[in-house]
Design a protein around this ligand. Sequence first.
Ligand code: PEP
Ligand code: MG
Length: 322
Amino acid sequence: QKMVWAKLVNEKTLTKDGHHVELAANIGTPNDIEGVHNNGAEGVGLYRTEFLYMGRNELPTEEEQFEAYKKVVESMEGKPVVIRTLDIGGDKELPYLDLPKEMNPFLGFRAIRLCLEKQEMFRTQLRALLRASAFGNLKIMFPMIATLEEFRQGKQILEEERQTLEKNGVKVNREMEIGIMVEIPSTAVMAPQFAKEVDFFSIGTNDLIQYTMAADRMNEKVSYLYQPYNPAILRLVKMVIDASHQEGKWTGMCGEMAGDEIAIPLLLGLGLDEFSMSATSVLPARSQLASITKQEAEIVAMESLNKNTADEVKELVRSKFF
Ligand code: PEP
Ligand code: MG
């Protein structure tokens, strides 16, 4: 099996009937890039920048961040690199920010909510990202977007920083795509509206499932409700993908679900454009995709939307593809 996978390192990802989808990797630090290359990922679909901020006593400087982002973008040699702005809060804490203790951290002051308030911190990161954008194919995405206003504010701030940099003669990529994570149900439901303003979506199923099912992703007691194959989740995913395509935009997925062998045929059938997963899942996923046609995946995906339970969906996929 490993030998079969190894042959696919330098191959494009093609289904049995010749459709291309992009298989990208999730990373946490520039050191993860080696794994991205060794496993033949076609891009970085999620760079979690939190790690730059964690395990230290103060905020990282613009220069430190610029160096990290530039390193990743350059080493990908023109392949897409989606960098997510700071997603702190929830399960990830920063002691030096001295944030108030909350009753429900996962429903609280985190990610873009925090960045829009702590603007100096946010602007520093955006400047580092804008500067790094001149060195390759960098795309920015905002985490935990719940409303259009949040996206517009984030984009406005980014635009202000871009103009200031350019006024000072700094080179930035003006064509840089700006997207959002879809990990809150309100945003999935409003995807047609968002799709007119964003350049792309990346579905964060780790959070989207937790918020849709109202089941804490860290709580063992309710883990049975953590159901990627629940038709409710699949319907939301379909809404997002369809909305993006309607506007000529693309949709990726960077939650764990994107690398799951039961989910992969369903996501292919629903029209997902980019799958981002842990680097070690890329070759198994490429091998799996080569064995199924998009046409049969579409039929099964449509059927799955009309199932009643997650177990029924799982059974359907198993009977058709395994
Ligand atoms: C997600 O929510 O699916 C995601 C990719 O983000 P994180 O796991 O970092 O919350
Ligand atoms: Mg998330």
